[in-house]
Design a protein around this ligand. Structure first.
Ligand SMILES: Cc1ncc(COP(=O)(O)O)c(C=O)c1O
Length: 347
């Protein structure tokens, strides 16, 4: 592999910039388990305000944010209505089953769903069913290739949840991308949900950190679950400072990542035997090796790596590329050209 690969595996691979590191070094800190870290408190207030929620809690990862929210909404034996391939189900090591003891029911196909899909998945509170208690939305949807939920669809799904006595959670690991791409403020996208999780360590480029936001009562409840899961951090202001810096400097620029993804996809569409999944709305591009003379996705990714391009296989013949602040549009296009060459050589 080359010394400086074009790393399109995920937007989590970014490294903190010099400015961010400086902000971290300068951060005022205190013991956050006592609630005394001024930088953590500032970040929590800032994110709660950005999301239009009463309060927010800083946690180490998006997975912990999701899991304490899930725990805050459910009892063991409950059913959670969720989109196909949601991160909570697919990539969190079975934590929903282990920690909350819930079962998941997929609604719709491809990550997004409609009220009719919720009708199909709903289980009433009777003696033979696991009662459906929570509706889970992931925006943008990773499995759907960074798709943004149309706001009328969010409204319909949340209205359905209210009418059926279900809670609502928004996994907004990439809500910032949805907000920038749709031109709607994060608070508008989050407004109808009882709780929201967001990440600072994806497109925003912070090294660590996610938050859960919701009502004060909900945040108090999940604060306990953070402790149970060992997520109470001490002088975490060093990390929170990176998050505050990221929100200030790296939010609006997500539009550049979306443009890079669009241009990457445009080049890749010319690759023989490769089909790019449409639409490309934010920073994620899914593509399929439809020509069976091409190798399987894992082999194709291994060969791309040898040529200095890193992409993730996410299915037998499907791969994912994600743009981010450490790969500019020119590098992303160069990466797509190399993938085109590989496809053309049928290797
Ligand atoms: C949609 C979504 N939710 C949650 C997470 C979990 O974040 P973390 O890797 O910080 O645990 C991710 C990670 O990529 C994600 O894509």
């Amino acid at each position: 592999m080359t010394a400086h690969p074009i790393d399109l595996r995920s937007d989590t691979v970014t490294k903190p910039s010099p400015g961010m590191r400086e902000a971290m070094a300068r951060a005022e800190v205190g013991d956050d388990v006592y609630g005394e870290d001024p930088t953590v408190n500032a970040l929590q207030d800032r994110v709660a305000a950005l999301l239009g929620q009463q309060a927010a809690l800083f946690v180490p990862s998006g997975s912990m944010a999701n899991q304490i929210a899930l725990k805050g909404h459910t009892q063991p034996g409950d059913d959670v209505l969720i989109g196909e391939g949601s991160h909570n189900w697919l990539y969190e090591a079975g934590a929903g089953a282990i920690i909350s003891g819930v079962q998941f029911t997929f609604c719709g196909r491809g990550g997004l769903y409609e009220p009719a899909d919720l009708d199909a998945g709903y289980k009433a509170d009777d003696h033979s069913s696991a009662p459906s208690r929570l509706v889970w939305v992931e925006n943008t949807s990773n499995f759907a290739g960074g798709r943004i939920w149309p706001q009328p669809q969010v409204e319909a799904v949340c209205a359905w949840a209210r009418a059926h006595g279900c809670g609502t959670h928004l996994d907004g690991a990439r809500l910032w991308n949805a907000a920038v791409a749709s031109g709607r403020p994060p608070a508008e996208l989050a407004a109808l949900f009882e709780s929201v999780s967001v990440c600072l360590s994806k497109g925003l480029g912070a090294p660590v950190g996610s938050l859960v936001a919701g009502t004060r009562v909900f945040i108090r409840r999940v604060h306990r679950w953070r402790k149970v899961m060992g997520g109470g951090m001490r002088q975490a202001g060093i990390l929170a400072a990176a998050g505050l810096y990221a929100l200030e400097h790296n939010l609006i620029r997500l539009a550049q990542d979306h443009e890079s993804a669009r241009r990457f996809a445009e080049v890749l569409r010319t690759a023989p035997g490769v089909r790019v999944a449409d639409p490309v709305e934010t920073n994620i591009v899914l593509f399929d090796l439809v020509d069976l003379r091409l190798p399987a996705a894992a082999d194709f990714a291994a060969r791309a790596r040898e040529r200095g391009v890193l992409v993730n296989p996410v299915g037998a013949r499907r791969l994912r590329a994600v743009t981010h602040l450490d790969v500019d549009a020119a590098a992303a296009c160069r990466g797509a050209e190399i993938l085109c060459e590989l496809a053309a050589s049928r290797s």
